[in-house]
Write a protein that binds this ligand. Structure first.
Ligand SMILES: Cc1cc2nc3c(=O)[nH]c(=O)nc-3n(C[C@H](O)[C@H](O)[C@H](O)COP(=O)(O)OP(=O)(O)OC[C@H]3O[C@@H](n4cnc5c(N)ncnc54)[C@H](O)[C@@H]3O)c2cc1C
Length: 416
């Protein structure tokens, strides 16, 4: 069904009882041309682009749970393209451009909202670093503006500008950045992929690989063995577990990242704000809740929940930036397991096994990458060649030392 004003009107007459399901649940077949493991944003986008761009529809997406409940539905929904290094900025600028037309392409309302992002700076040195980053963004076509404290005050007057320790001196602004309704992205891609013939199989956990002579030929799942000459792993926080099943190690650690939502308040923040002196970022959802997040919990884990100590740290940063947050009640928090690579940049590459491909290492920034990651991963699997926007995201860069260390912090996942 095509979603339109007409279909909305017709279904309103039927009191919304007759909308067809977004996609039909497929039962696993024994063979496919391509299997994608993981029905998150990246896996579903990959399946969609395999069908749409490469005309390969004999594809199964195997999801251990239900789609939309992994990180794709747990993130703070921020999309941006404010990177410095060319390898990242080309890629994320491409993703941002894709977000701008995605809803029309998928015929699905993902609430793409280009409300702008303000990265605040609090010292002269930080301003200089942001100016350099902004110049790189302008060169890449992603757009950027460096504004002083006066302009920031006009946009968000409720911040603590004169904080003795972290005075706000200005911000790097990207107007094209913003937020996207995160789980709608999973549903939109699932619906579009299924309508092109892809099988989306939920409650189907992969628990092993069939391999012979350095080649992968099938996956073992909770619903039987399923064969395919090409298999893509796109499981975010579970990447290292899947790699271990296939017999290799990834330079990736799994960490918990939390998100927080307050009670709904009247419209206050109409953009995304990041604190430059601590790890805190905030936006306001259309329902009115303030959505914010901060640092990793700081230990390796596969549990989708975090600790109270990190919550306290994040809220403390929030108080330093906008003291009014102290009057608002925190309603909900949750955790997601993020796949932290050692240089903070992702991996979209072949694995050491022939026929097995890996998309991982998205740290806490993989949501905004979803359309570009799906496009690039589909290209790699279909053509056995890296896509031009993702050629640098190789697995062996950690062996050769050609790391893409965006933050210049070295090989420590907790610093990226
Ligand atoms: C709290 C939080 C805030 C974040 N905020 C942002 C943000 O604001 N902006 C941003 O760009 N990024 C953000 N991120 C990161 C972003 O959400 C992730 O990088 C991205 O969603 C990962 O890709 P995905 O959507 O495919 O992952 P997922 O949705 O996690 O998909 C992976 C899927 O694989 C499945 N799976 C795992 N193991 C198996 C198996 N053995 N067999 C079958 N299926 C399996 C899982 O069930 C899961 O559904 C945030 C993450 C968190 C946790």
């Amino acid at each position: 069904m095509k979603y339109s004003l007409f279909s909305l009107a017709v279904n309103t007459l039927g009191k919304h009882r007759f909308w067809p399901p977004m996609f039909t649940e497929a039962a696993p077949r024994r063979n496919y041309e391509i299997i994608i493991i993981g029905g998150g944003g990246h896996g579903l986008a990959t399946a969609y682009y395999l069908a749409k761009v490469h005309n390969i529809t004999n594809v199964a997406v195997l999801e251990k749970g239900v789609i939309g409940l992994g990180n794709v539905g747990r993130n703070t929904a921020i999309v941006r393209a404010n990177y410095l290094l060319p390898e990242n900025s080309i890629f994320y600028q491409h993703a941002l451009t894709q977000w701008e037309t995605l809803e029309r392409e998928l015929n699905f309302n993902a609430m793409v909202s280009q409300r702008g992002i303000l990265n605040l700076f609090h010292s002269d040195a930080q301003r200089d670093a942001f100016a350099r980053r902004g110049n790189a963004m302008i060169i890449e076509g992603a757009g950027a503006e460096l504004v002083g404290a006066g302009q920031v005050k006009k946009m968000v007057p409720f911040l603590d500008f004169d904080n003795a320790r972290f005075p706000i001196l200005g911000a790097l602004v990207q107007k094209r950045a913003g937020t996207v309704r995160h789980d709608a992205v999973a549903w939109g891609y699932a619906r579009a992929a299924a309508s092109l013939g892809v099988d989306i199989i939920q409650n189907c956990e992969v628990n092993g690989f069939e391999t012979a002579n350095g080649r992968v030929s099938a996956v073992h799942t909770t619903r039987g063995t399923i064969a395919a000459p090409k298999i893509g792993i796109s499981v975010a926080g579970s990447s290292s577990l899947l790699a271990e099943m296939a017999g290799f190690r990834l330079p990736v650690e799994s960490h918990v990242l939390q998100a927080f939502v307050t009670e709904a308040i009247k419209p206050l923040i109409n953009n995304v704000i990041t604190f430059g002196a601590g790890h805190f970022y905030v936006s306001q959802s259309d329902k009115g809740g303030l959505v914010f997040g901060g640092d990793l919990d700081g230990y390796n884990s596969y549990a989708q929940r975090g600790g109270i100590n990190t919550m306290r740290d994040v809220v403390e940063s929030g108080m330093a930036l906008m003291p009014l947050i102290g009057r608002i009640k925190l309603l909900r928090s949750w955790g997601g397991v993020v796949d932290m690579s050692m240089d903070g940049s992702p991996i979209i590459d072949r694995s050491p096994l022939e026929g097995l491909y890996i998309n991982a290492g998205w740290c806490y920034g993989g949501f905004k990458a979803t359309p570009a990651a799906g496009l690039a991963f589909a290209h790699l699997i279909a053509r056995d060649q890296p896509h031009e926007i993702a050629g640098a995201f190789t697995l062996d860069r950690f062996l050769s030392g050609h790391i893409i260390d965006e933050k210049g912090q070295g090989a420590q996942p907790n610093l990226h």
